[in-house]
Each structure stands twice: as structure tokens, then as C-alpha cells.
Ligand binder design. Structure first.
Ligand code: ATP
Length: 985
């Protein structure tokens, strides 16, 4: 038992693992039996694989793995379906002929069946078979011997599914029903066809399967699962007693041969281990013991770490493995069994099918693990008579079998905790018991009365195990090669790009819509604002109108009050008039009395009467006037009453107008409230925007600070660069000054008369005539005696160095000498300037034991004379070079003027120059040394500066021809530097 091929991508497997379809939903048969398939079993309810096969074929006629896979699944379903209880009223009746001729229709009844009905042994229930061995006739004294009496029978009508145990110890016989009961007369082939063949189909369908043999010692477990493996071993052939293992593999390889074609290939790997006394040992590599059992991922399942793997290609290979494993297994003779297995053996095969699918590079993979488990037998120690090691073994075996019983109980009782880890055996069988496997158990029993108790225990265990439910799935996977993965990757990327485009378009749409909405909102806000302003204006106008109305009302009220008071006054007047009238009436009465009295007197006096009459008429006239006045007062009163009524009506109207105005005000107020809340919301938005702006501003400030820091650092760099620039400028200035001096020298040189005749001396370069040399003897490589030394200024004492040479001064006139000196200095200055400006290009000469020494030589064409200047420049910024020359001149006695040489650490160059006249023309070799200091200009020991001041106004042109190679020594440059000691000398 080991893990499947680890090259498979287990994560993908996890995704592609397909649950094994319940056989309840499948037809009992999917097609016609194939040619060459095994003979169908005559046993009702137990189909052979061949009977269940359907020729799934591709158009090319070659069945693809996928099709095969489907077919295998169908086959497996067919097999397991047939294992459904045939006598169950809910199972579809098997009618082979009809099934073969009808299309594959699922059984309606099957669909109606409730899932997980234990009594019908559903597809995932553990299949339990009982095998009754013959009464012991071959030895094995513990099982009764030839004379033993049988107590276990298969009652007629039980359909080979029921056993009846009737022994003397029980009052009632014990009966139990299983998936199949094999009687003593049934051989290995029958057991294989009913039990083993379906394991083969499971393997071919990518479904894990397990087969246990369980039972008391000597009950026939090893006989069933292994049987005879010695006979017929040559080619994996079987004999009558060959057990299930070899038969299964023979059929497996037959099936592989049938299913294998160009695109599909199978591999079979085998493993064999035993659990002995809680220790796991590799039976095919016996040295490997104490192996660990691991619980891998969903697809590895349980496996033994480090177990040897054996690829087998035919049944013969398997046979050899079985033989090897059996030979290495712990066995011992006991009273119950001559060759009793003292360990639990697990023989595992992993079958993998790979199908490459076209040129896509994708491989479809199916794999299945098959465990064939031969358990050690339980034994009653008293009965087996085990002692010593056997006793220890028996205890261990019984203990692990007890744990197995507890696991079965936990599973059937659906307990939360299943004690798989309580023993190595149960941990190893975890997948087979309640896991990803189709499991079959063959409970081996003895019919002997002597073994009744053990047989009963075995049957009870078997009946319990029948209720265990497993969850087998099809193990398959698709793995792709690089090309397929690249194609898939490209496809996914295209999809992603498309999706991104779509999302971007959607985003743009949303953005546009949001912008439109924002614009609309802004527009609405503007309109609302305008409306608010209008309403505010209207409100103000209304308010003003209201105030006017109120003022008018107040005026009308005042007028009404005035009118009222006028009325009151008129009333008072009227009352006064009435009183006056009454008084007048009274007076009239008095007058009438008087009249009466006057009448009396009238008679007496007509005059008096007339007078009285006049008085009376006057009184009447006055009365009439009073009455007229009363009438006019009355009319005035009516008019005032009309005015009051009109004013009241106006007042009422004004009140109505006021109410309407208040109504309008309320509406306006509401609108204003609404607008105010809008305003507040907008203010909040503005606030938010301001906060955002503040945050942005903060960020910008920080960025500005960072930028300022960067600017500061840049400024520092700038300052540094400016410093460098300044120093460059200083250099440039110095350089220019030097160039100026060269110009002065050129002028000075040309102010003299033509060159003197050849003075002879050294060998001239090719193309040039004889030369005249000047300088120290050292500068001519030690050839000072052949050198004609000429003072450049015509005054040996003023010339720096060369007092010795002065005695050998050439017969050159002082002016010529001065001219030559000027040219020499000119060349030196030019070279020194060049050397200083191209300091880095000057090569370094070796100066063992001394400071680095730089030297270079150039040729200059003298355009005016056609001559050639060969100038060497020796340059060093240390005092070492000067020290060196000091040494030279000191040793040759020409040191006197060097004291005005460069100060230690100043930058200077020392040059020597030689002039070579053109062939056939007057020519001189002139050699001079000078020191150039950048800070001080050309330093000479003579008073040349005075001479320079007399420079004429035209320039002499020097053309640089080319640098001469570093060590070209036309002037005899010292190549061997004197040692410090030599210099001192
Ligand atoms: N069905 C059978 N037909 C013929 N012989 C059988 C049958 N069953 C068992 N035997 C014989 O009985 C003997 C004991 O059988 P076997 O070794 O298979 O028992 P076991 O259950 O494996 O015992 P143990 O648990 O001790 O290993 C063997 O000689 C075997 O050939």
C-alpha cells in the first residue's frame, strides 16, 4: 500500500475527482457482452464484468480513455447494480435478454429508492460475502478433524445468501443474510467471479477497491486470497486452488490488453507489506521494517512511507511478487493451522491509465488503488494452545482485530469518532472502511461444530460490516504539457483582455453617466439657486406689500375711528338739536300757550297778533331749519354707516389678502427651508471638498518640502560644481596665460635674425640634416662630450645650469643663441602646457624606488624653418621628479640654478627640447630644460621675462605632428634612473 504516482498534480486531482455514480440510477446492463469476456455467472444477482460491458468506441473505432472511463464506470455501476438485492421489491428485475435489446434507460424504481437503505446493500455499502470452508480434511487438528460435525448450513430458499448456524450451545439457530454465501463445494473460480472480477472493473474505472478476508484461524482466509501459488507459477497460470489475487491480476492484464491502444497506456505498480505486532514491514524488501503509515492528501490516501514499488506487466510478475511476499510473511504452525499467518498482509496495486488527447498535449489520467488484505486469524488461545511467541502474536492479533471490530461498530453506529488510529491495522484500512473505496469482505468460516463460537463471532462481525458505507470516487485527472498550458494561458489572457476591455467600456459609461449626473445636479442647483433668489425677492416684495397693506389698513382703521368719532360728534349734535328741538317745542308750546293767551289778547290786539304771528312763523321757520338740519344729519349718518360698512368690507378683504399672503409665505418658507437644507448639503459637500483640498494641499506641501530638500541638495551639488567650475576656470586662465607666454616667446624668437649655420653634433633623424645639441650631458644620454652646448641667452652664468657646457659653447652669436634659446623655451612651454592640459594622457615611466615619473615626447614641425622640434616633457605633480633632476644636475655640477625650481607640491613640468634642421638647410639641435609651474608660469633661471617683454607683434606657428612613442629618445632621455645614493653623489 503506497501513494499513487506523485507526478500527478494532486490539486488538479482534487478538482477533477468525480464521485462514483450511484448504481441505483443506472441501468442493470448497458449493452451486449463482448467477445472474449469471462463467462457470466449463473448466480442470480451477480453479474460478470463481461456481461456488463458496453462497446464504447470513438468514430475511429478505437475507444478513447474517456470513453473507456465512461464504459468502465458503466460497467462498474452495472456490476454493483447487480449486487443490489435481487429479491428486494424495489430492485429492477434482471432480465438479461431484454436488457441487451433495450436502450439504457434508468430504472424509475431506482430513482424512487431512498438513499442509504442498508437493507438493500446500496452501492457504497461494504459488500460482505461468507465463505464456508469444507470440514477439515487436510490436517489442522483444531477444527474438528474428519469426524467433526457441521453446524453451519445454507438453508434451501436462501438464494445462497443466508446461513444458518445451529450448534448445541444455542437454543435458537442464528441466521444472517449476506451478499453471497459460498458453500464448501464452491471453488476459487466462483469466488473470483462473484467477488474478484468487480475489483478488476473498479480498477479499470479508476475506483479504489479493497478486499478483506476475515475469520478465525484456519478458516481459509489465505486459501481464499492467495491460495496455491507454487503450481503453475511459470506463466502466471492458475490451478484449481489459485487464490483471488492472481486471478484478479490475470483478468486485470487481460482487460488492460483489450483497452490499451495508441493513445492509452496503463501502468501497474505493486506493493506488499505486513503488520506484525504493530510493526509494518515491507514483504518485498524484508529489511525495511518499522515503516510509518501516513495519511496523505485526498488522492494519496493512506500510504506506507518507504514501501518498495514494483512495476508489473503481466500476471507472472505478480505471481513472483506473491511468492516472495508469502515467503517473507510471518507464519507459524499452530494447533489450528499448520501454516498459520501471524501477521496481517496487505497486497496493493496502483493501476494508472494515461491517455494523451490529440496534439493538445493534454493527458487524461485515471488511477485506482486496489488493496487485497489477508488478515491474521482470530484464535482462542486456550483452544489453539499458543504459548510463548505464538501467545504474544495471538494476543496482538486479537487486539488489532478487536480494534477492527470497534471501528466497524463506530462506523455502523455513525459515531463521531472512529478509532482508526488505535491500531496499525485499522489505520492502514481507514480508506477501505468508510472511505474512498469500494470494499468487499469475505468472512471465512468453518462449518464445524467445534468452531461454532468463532463462526458465530465472525458472522456477527460480517453482518455489522455490511452496514458500513463507503464513498468511492473516480480518481481521474487531466494534466497538460507546456504547450497546452501555454495555449490555455494565452486563451485566458485573451479572455482577461476582453474582460478588461468590457470593464473599461463599462467604467467609461459609468463615468460619463456620473459626469452627466453631476452636470445635471449642478444645473439643477443653479436653477434652484436662481429660484431661491427669485423667491427671496418675491418674499421681500410680499413683505413690503404686506407692510403697505398693513399701513393702509391702519390708515383705514384710523379713518374709521375718525369717522366714528365724527359720527359720535354728529350724534351729540343731533342730540343737542333734538334737545334744542324739544326746547323749541317746549318753547312752541309755551308760545302756543302764549299764542292762546295772545289770541285772547289778539282779539284784543290785532297788532299784537300779527307780531305774535310773525314770531310764530319765525319759530316755524326755525323749526323747519332744525328739521332740515336733522335730516341732513340723518343722511350724513347713513353715509358714515356706508363708509364704516365699506371700510369693514375692505378690512375683511385685507384680512383675506393677509391670510393668502401668510399662506404664500408658508409655502415660500417651506421652499426656503428646502433650499436651505439643499444649501446646507451643498455646504457639507463644499466642506468635504475643502477637506480633500486641504489633504491634497498637505500632500502637495509635503511634496514641496521634499522638492525643497531635493533643491537644497541640488544647490549643494551646484555649489560643488560651481567650485569645480571655478577651479576649471582658474586652470583655463592659467592655460591661457601660458598660451600668451608662448605667443610672447614666439614673437621674441622671430624678432631675431636668420638661423646660424649648422653647428653639427648628433646624428639627425631620417630626412633631417646634422644637428646641434644643447643641454646637459645627461640629456644626450651621456654623450655630453659630443654636444655643443649653447647658452640660450648667450650668458652661461645666467643660464640655469650648464656651467661646464659654457666652456664648450658653440661659435654661435649671442643673438642666434638667444633665438635658439627662445625657440627651445617656446617648444618647452608649448609642451609643458600641453602636458599640463593633458596630464592624464601622459604615460608613467618606471621609477624603481622613486616616485612615479611621467614623460612624453612630441614632434613639432616648425612651419617657418621647415625644421623639426623634438620635445620631451617630464611631468609630475610631486617634488620627486624635480628631486630627480636635482640629483642629475647636482651630480653633473649644474645644480646651481635649481634652487629657484618649483616648490614642493606645486604643479610643474620639466621639458627638454631639440631642434632638428631640415636636410640641406641650416639646422640645429637645440636642447633646453625648463620648469613650468602653473601658478607661476614658466620658471627659468635666466631673466627671460625681460626678454619676453620685447616681443614683436607676429606669431610663430607650431604644428603638432604627432606624439612620438613614449620612450622614443631622440634627445637621450634618461631611462635608467639613478638610485638615491647615486643621486647624492
Ligand atoms: N475452501 C477451502 N477449500 C479447500 N481447502 C481449504 C479451504 N479453506 C481452507 N482450506 C485449507 O485449510 C487450511 C487452512 O487454511 P488457511 O491457511 O487459508 O487459513 P487461514 O484462515 O488463513 O488461517 P490463519 O489465520 O491461521 O492464517 C489450508 O490448508 C487450506 O488449504
Amino acid at each position: 500500500m503506497t501513494r499513487p504516482d506523485t507526478s500527478l498534480d494532486t490539486r488538479r486531482m482534487a478538482r477533477s475527482t468525480t464521485p462514483a455514480t450511484s448504481p441505483r440510477r443506472q441501468p442493470l446492463s448497458n449493452g451486449t457482452p463482448r467477445k472474449g469476456s469471462r463467462a457470466p455467472s449463473a448466480t442470480p444477482g451477480h453479474a460478470t464484468p463481461g456481461a456488463a460491458r458496453t462497446p464504447f468506441r470513438s468514430r475511429s473505432g478505437i475507444p478513447s480513455l474517456t470513453a473507456l472511463s465512461e464504459r468502465r464506470r458503466a460497467n462498474t455501476r452495472g456490476v454493483t447494480g447487480i449486487h443490489s438485492e435481487p429479491s428486494s421489491p424495489r430492485a429492477a428485475p434482471a432480465c438479461p435478454g431484454l436488457a441487451d435489446s433495450l436502450p439504457s434507460l434508468p430504472s424509475t424504481l431506482d430513482y424512487l429508492l431512498p438513499p442509504g437503505d442498508d437493507s438493500t446493500c446500496g452501492s457504497d455499502n461494504v459488500k460482505v460475502y461468507v465463505r464456508v470452508r469444507p470440514l477439515n480434511t487436510r490436517g489442522g487438528s483444531g477444527d474438528g478433524g474428519p469426524a467433526a460435525k457441521a453446524c453451519l448450513t445454507c438453508p434451501p430458499g436462501g438464494g445462497r445468501r443466508t446461513v444458518l448456524l445451529a450448534d448445541a450451545s444455542r437454543s435458537e439457530p442464528y441466521t444472517a443474510t449476506f451478499d453471497r454465501v459460498f458453500g464448501p463445494e464452491e471453488g476459487q473460480q466462483q469466488v473470483f467471479e462473484a467477488v474478484g472480477a468487480q475489483l478488476v472493473e473498479n480498477c479499470m474505472a479508476g475506483i479504489n477497491s479493497s478486499l478483506f478476508v476475515y475469520g478465525q484461524t484456519g478458516a481459509g482466509k489465505t486459501h481464499t486470497i492467495t491460495g496455491e501459488v507454487e503450481r503453475g507459477a511459470e506463466d502466471g497460470a492458475v490451478c484449481e486452488d489459485t487464490g483471488l489475487t492472481l486471478r484478479i491480476f490475470r483478468q486485470l492484464f487481460d482487460r488492460i490488453t483489450e483497452d490499451e491502444h495508441d493513445g492509452v497506456r496503463f501502468t501497474v505498480k505493486c506493493y506488499n507489506c505486513e503488520v506484525y505486532g504493530e510493526e509494518v514491514t515491507d514483504l518485498l524488501a524484508p529489511g525495511a521494517s518499522g515503516l510509518q503509515i501516513r495519511d496523505g492528501d485526498q488522492h494519496q490516501g493512506i500510504y506506507v512511507e518507504g514501501l518498495s514499488e514494483h512495476v508489473v506487466v503481466n500476471a507472472d510478475d505478480v505471481m513472483q511478487l506473491i511468492q516472495r511476499g508469502s515467503a517473507n510473511r510471518h507464519t507459524a504452525a499452530t494447533r489450528m493451522n499448520e501454516r498459520s499467518s501471524r501477521s496481517h498482509s496487505v497486497f496493493t496495486a496502483v493501476v494508472e491509465a494515461h491517455e494523451e488527447q490529440g496534439e493538445s498535449g493534454v493527458t487524461h489520467v485515471q488511477f485506482a488503488k486496489m488493496n487485497l488484505i489477508d488478515l491474521a486469524g482470530s484464535e482462542r488461545v486456550g483452544k489453539s494452545g499458543a504459548t510463548g511467541d505464538r501467545l504474544t502474536e495471538a494476543k496482538g492479533i486479537n487486539k488489532s482485530l478487536t480494534t477492527l471490530g470497534r471501528v466497524v461498530s463506530a462506523l455502523t453506529e455513525r459515531q463521531q469518532h472512529v478509532p482508526y488510529r488505535d491500531s496499525r491495522l485499522t489505520f492502514l484500512l481507514k480508506e477501505s472502511l468508510g472511505g474512498n473505496a469500494k470494499t468487499s469482505i469475505v468472512a471465512c468460516v468453518s462449518p464445524s461444530e467445534d468452531s461454532a463460537q468463532e463462526t458465530h463471532s465472525t458472522l456477527v462481525f460480517a453482518a455489522g460490516a455490511k452496514r458500513i458505507k463507503n464513498r468511492a470516487v473516480v480518481n481521474e485527472n487531466t494534466v497538460g504539457d507546456m504547450k497546452a498550458l501555454q495555449l490555455e494561458n494565452a486563451r485566458l489572457q485573451r479572455e482577461l483582455a476582453k474582460r478588461e476591455d468590457v470593464l473599461a467600456a463599462e467604467l467609461r459609461q459609468h463615468l460619463a453617466a456620473a459626469q452627466g449626473e453631476a452636470a445635471g445636479a449642478e444645473q439643477r442647483a443653479a436653477v434652484a439657486e436662481e429660484r431661491q433668489q427669485q423667491l427671496e425677492v418675491a418674499l421681500t416684495e410680499n413683505h413690503v406689500a404686506l407692510q403697505q397693506r398693513n399701513a393702509e389698513l391702519a390708515m383705514v382703521k384710523k379713518e374709521a375711528e375718525d369717522t366714528k368719532s365724527t359720527c359720535q360728534l354728529l350724534q351729540k349734535d343731533r342730540e343737542g338739536l333734538i334737545d334744542h328741538n324739544a326746547a323749541l317745542t317746549e318753547r312752541v308750546d309755551g308760545l302756543q300757550g302764549s299764542l292762546q293767551r295772545s289770541k285772547d289778547a289778539l282779539r284784543q290786539s290785532q297788532q299784537e297778533l300779527a307780531i305774535a304771528k310773525e314770531h310764530t312763523e319765525a319759530a316755524i321757520a326755525a323749526q323747519r331749519a332744525a328739521e332740515d338740519s336733522a335730516h341732513s344729519h340723518e343722511r350724513e349718518k347713513e353715509r358714515l354707516a356706508d363708509d364704516v360698512a365699506r371700510v369693514s368690507a375692505e378690512l375683511a378683504e385685507s384680512k383675506t389678502a393677509q391670510a393668502a399672503s401668510e399662506q404664500a409665505n408658508k409655502a415660500l418658507r417651506r421652499e426656503v427651508d428646502q433650499l436651505t437644507s439643499d444649501l446646507r448639503r451643498r455646504q457639507r459637500e463644499v466642506q468635504d471638498t475643502q477637506e480633500l483640498a486641504a489633504e491634497k494641499e498637505g500632500r502637495l506641501r509635503r511634496e514641496i518640502e521634499e522638492l525643497s530638500e531635493s533643491v537644497a541638495s541640488r544647490s549643494a551639488q551646484l555649489q560643488e560644481l560651481e567650485g569645480q567650475l571655478a577651479s576649471e576656470t582658474v586652470c583655463t586662465t592659467k592655460y591661457r596665460r601660458m598660451v600668451g607666454e608662448i605667443g610672447k616667446l614666439i614673437d621674441w624668437a622671430h624678432s631675431t635674425s636668420p638661423l646660424p649655420p649648422t653647428l653639427g653634433g648628433r646624428t639627425s633623424p631620417a630626412g633631417y640634416s646634422s644637428v646641434m645639441g644643447f643641454g646637459s650631458s645627461r640629456s644626450f644620454g651621456g654623450g655630453g662630450s659630443s654636444t655643443i652646448a649653447v647658452s640660450p641667452l648667450g650668458d652661461a652664468t645666467n643660464m640655469w645650469g650648464l656651467p661646464g657646457s659654457a666652456s664648450r659653447r658653440a661659435s654661435t652669436s649671442p643673438s642666434k643663441q638667444r633665438q635658439m634659446a627662445a625657440r627651445t623655451l617656446l617648444a618647452m612651454a608649448a609642451l609643458a602646457t600641453l602636458a599640463l592640459s593633458t596630464n592624464a594622457a601622459l604615460p608613467e615611466l618606471a621609477n624603481p624606488g622613486g616616485p612615479p615619473f611621467l614623460s612624453a615626447y612630441w614632434k613639432f614641425e616648425d612651419a617657418e624653418t621647415g625644421g623639426l622640434w623634438s620635445v620631451g616633457v617630464h611631468n609630475n605633480s610631486t617634488f620627486g621628479a624635480a628631486e630627480y633632476y636635482e640629483g642629475i644636475y647636482a651630480s653633473s655640477g649644474v645644480y646651481t640654478s635649481w634652487e629657484c625650481g618649483p616648490e614642493p607640491g606645486s604643479y610643474f613640468a620639466i621639458a627638454n627640447a631639440t631642434y632638428w634642421g631640415p636636410e640641406g638647410a641650416e639646422a640645429y639641435t637645440w636642447c633646453e630644460y625648463g620648469v613650468v609651474d602653473l601658478d607661476k608660469g614658466i620658471i627659468m633661471t635666466s631673466d627671460s621675462e625681460e626678454e619676453c617683454s620685447t616681443a614683436p607683434d607676429h606669431y610663430h606657428t607650431l604644428t603638432i605632428i604627432s606624439p612620438i612613442s613614449t620612450n622614443e629618445n631622440t634627445c637621450g632621455t634618461p631611462t635608467t634612473l639613478p638610485s638615491a645614493e647615486g643621486r647624492r653623489k
